[in-house]
Design a protein around this ligand. Structure first.
Ligand code: ATP
Length: 133
């Protein structure tokens, strides 16, 4: 199967560096699948599940936003956070969801606090939506 070079970078460093057969994630325009020989392309990435096919095996991850570029066949995803399904701590995500929901129930929140709590809620929901590996 043909493949392309994929790098996934997070604020913690180089998360993945190797060949991939496909990458599917939520881009600004909606669902996006990158296959070998994709045209040059840059997009923002939203929060959602991501699927990477490596050596014929699909791996799923939670991807919390970022940017994706395809330049001359080199695919680079710069993600705010990226966690393989098996690395997601579900109890932690449930606690984060509860904390965010409790915050959102507080009518005295400022607009900015509300936005931050909504965003934390969405991150936890995305993590919990990823099937356990
Ligand atoms: P929390 O309140 O639990 O920290 P958060 O959504 O605020 O959740 P982030 O700021 O998105 O956390 O991520 C901080 C770091 O912690 C990142 O490296 C991210 O990959 C990791 N992380 C956050 N939540 C989880 C989780 N449920 N399982 C595994 N890693 C997580």
């Amino acid at each position: 199967m043909s493949s392309f070079h994929l790098q996934i970078v997070t604020p913690d460093g180089l998360f993945y560096d190797g060949q991939a057969e496909s990458l599917n994630l939520r881009a600004a325009q909606g669902g996006l699948t990158i296959l070998p020989r994709h045209t040059n392309f840059v997009t923002t990435v939203g929060m959602g599940p991501a699927k990477v096919v490596l050596d014929g095996n699909a791996r799923t991850a939670a991807c919390i936003g970022g940017m994706l570029s395809v330049i001359n066949g080199e695919v680079r995803l710069i993600a705010t956070t990226f966690e393989w399904a098996e690395d997601i701590d579900r109890e932690r995500a449930k606690s984060a969801l509860e904390r965010a929901e409790a915050k959102l129930a507080d009518a005295s929140l400022s607009k900015e606090e509300h936005r931050l709590a909504e965003s934390a809620k969405r991150r936890a929901q995305v993590r919990l939506s990823i099937p356990q590996a």
